[in-house]
Design a protein around this ligand. Structure first.
Ligand code: PGA
Length: 254
């Protein structure tokens, strides 16, 4: 039985004071969560603070990116080993903002995925189509290509140690959530694509949905058969909203 996961993606938000308030609230609420793992992916400079505040709790944390390289002359890059030293469990790879704004190709994303995994982290691999691609009817072609790049580099078994996040680019930060049916259709495609390589890996793979998830729409999304949780941007910056989303993915106790 695959578990549920709700991960916050803070992006370039936060400061020491606001992080402390947010993490203290998340930490206080987390013990009441049942049937869902909760994680936060924070900016690199705040990993130490996050580790200090979350160590020993049920809340995991991670980076929002990772270098495809090891130690050496790679100015600005942060290695998987560095993330591990700060207690990270996860590293997001291939977020559409990295692909789009920072020009990361499928090959770079695949190399980052591989570096995260071999470095001992659980990659959260983001895939998703733009609005133009959806309207052109090539959603499955694009998502399939993004998955195949990673499978080609790391192998199908590697997906068994990873998390995939389907994030339609048109739904990110726009307030336009994919309908549960739209999301489910792509999640089922992703699981099917992976099942073609290894059915057992596909059955256990956690596939998160991301893109304007909020407390008000989370339960309907998480009710879909192939949606195993969420990757949450804007709504992860407010503790109450974020914890309500976590509760929607799990089973609530009072
Ligand atoms: P959003 O972002 O929840 O603010 O739409 C999701 C993401 O980019 O991971």
């Amino acid at each position: 039985m695959r578990g549920r996961l709700v991960a916050g993606n803070w992006k370039s938000n936060g400061n020491l004071a606001s992080n402390q308030r947010l993490l203290e609230q998340v930490r206080a609420e987390a013990p009441r969560l049942r049937g869902v793992e909760c994680a936060v992916c924070v900016p690199y400079p705040y990993l130490f603070q996050t580790q200090q505040l979350l160590a020993g709790t049920a809340v995991a944390w991670g980076g929002q990116d990772v270098s495809q390289f090891g130690v050496g002359a790679y100015t600005g890059a942060v290695t998987a080993a560095m993330l591990l030293e700060f207690g990270c469990r996860y590293a997001i790879v291939g977020h559409s903002e990295r692909r789009g704004i920072f020009g990361e190709s499928d090959a770079v994303v695949a190399a980052k995925f591989d570096a995260a995994l071999t470095g001992g982290l659980t990659p959260i691999l983001c895939v998703g189509e733009t609005l133009q691609e959806r309207e052109a009817g090539v959603t499955e072609t694009v998502v399939g290509r993004q998955l195949d790049a990673v499978i080609g580099k790391a192998g199908i078994a590697a997906l068994g140690k990873a998390v995939v996040a389907y994030e339609p680019v048109w739904a990110i930060g726009t307030g336009k959530t994919a309908t549960p049916e739209q999301a489910q259709a792509v999640h089922a495609f992703i699981r099917g694509r992976i099942a073609a390589g290894d059915a057992a890996v596909a059955a256990e793979l956690r596939i998160l949905y991301g893109g304007s998830v909020k407390a008000a729409n989370a339960a309907q999304l998480f009710a879909m058969r192939d949606i195993d949780g969420g990757l949450i941007g804007g709504a992860s910056l407010a503790a109450e909203e974020f914890m309500a989303i976590c509760r929607a993915a799990g089973t609530v106790t009072v």
